[in-house]
Design a protein around this ligand. Structure first.
Ligand code: ZN
Length: 307
């Protein structure tokens, strides 16, 4: 249902490290805490080290795995098995989250909310975003638990009102919950006050339901104007997120003429089921998407680590 694409993309400049440290932004994106820019020692995702042979103790059932009682990240063999279950090869692990987010979202004075369709990075990563929330396929929740592929959900109240609960386990996996308005209108047809009601209203609802206020907002159909930016800022949104590619059933639509993924691209998909996908399920569509990412030598990283 995403029709016209607004190509007015405001590229957000890579902010200077010193400026970020000065404004304290780093506090929002590093877990290491102490001292500016000091997250160089931050370990990558644990499963990059998964060339270690799988401890077969895991298979004996007794207290699974690597470090004793706790359920650690999966090793390579487990990951491969999880991907095989869905007809896929494992995606490469994404690089460690950047120490300083390439998209700066701290604003001062009259600065407007940034609008992005991609993220400036050289990492061979793309970001997966899934919109609306109409389809609530339990198999999709199972798939994303198995694969541990990060994504951001842009949720619309009118699409999920009947079952906000479906998205809770997905959020509990660490996937971002983001704002996609109360009723999915074309915001360009609305005045400033109505736009603010759509954005702030859904901001409130998502905060009440999932516990934290969303930082990211996507206007339906990618349609926005300056009233949208102003309203988003007043509602507490850090960035307006558009996209570069949109996933259909088996293939992506590309905005650029070269029809290729580029580092930092944001990919749009939808919570859709067979009725909207000519019989294809949400999990088949997702598998197709991951294949398109993989065959171009990319992997999927977490948008919130970069914005
Ligand atoms: Zn939408």
């Amino acid at each position: 249902m995403h029709c016209p694409v607004n190509r007015t993309t405001v590229k957000v400049a890579v902010a200077a490290l010193s400026a970020l440290v000065a404004t304290g932004l780093a506090a929002g994106c590093t877990t290491g805490g102490g001292g500016g820019g000091g997250s160089a020692a931050r370990p990558g995702p644990d499963w990059t080290a998964a060339s270690t042979p799988a401890p077969s103790a895991r298979e004996n059932g007794a207290g699974a795995g690597t470090g004793g009682g706790e359920a650690g990240p999966p090793d390579a063999a487990q990951r491969a098995a999880a991907y095989r279950k869905w007809g896929l090869e494992p995606l490469p692990a994404p690089p460690a989250a950047p120490a300083v987010k390439p998209v700066r979202t701290v604003r001062t004075g009259a600065e407007r909310v940034p609008v992005i369709s991609d993220v400036p990075t050289k990492d061979k990563v793309v970001f997966l975003t899934i919109d609306d929330g109409a389809e609530k396929d339990p198999k999709f929740a199972e798939m994303m638990r198995d694969l541990d592929v990060p994504f951001t959900m842009f949720l619309t109240d009118s699409a999920i009102r009947a079952d906000y609960g479906y998205f809770k386990p997905l959020a509990a996996l660490g996937n971002g919950v983001a704002n996609h308005t109360l009723t999915h209108p074309n915001l360009r047809t609305l005045g400033a006050g109505e736009q603010e009601r759509e954005i702030c209203g859904q901001q409130r609802r998502l905060r009440e339901t999932y516990g934290t206020a969303p930082r990211l907002f996507r206007p339906p159909y990618g349609n926005w104007n300056e009233d949208t930016r102003a309203a988003a800022g007043r509602c507490g949104v850090d960035a307006i997120v558009l996209w570069r590619e949109s996933m259909q059933i088996t293939d992506m639509q590309y905005q650029r003429g070269d029809r290729k993924l580029h580092p930092g691209d944001i990919v749009l998909a939808h919570f859709r089921g067979p009725a909207d996908l000519k019989g294809t399920s949400m999990t088949e569509m997702t598998a197709n998407l991951l294949r398109r990412v993989q065959e171009q030598g990319f992997t999927v990283a977490r948008l919130e680590d970069y914005v």
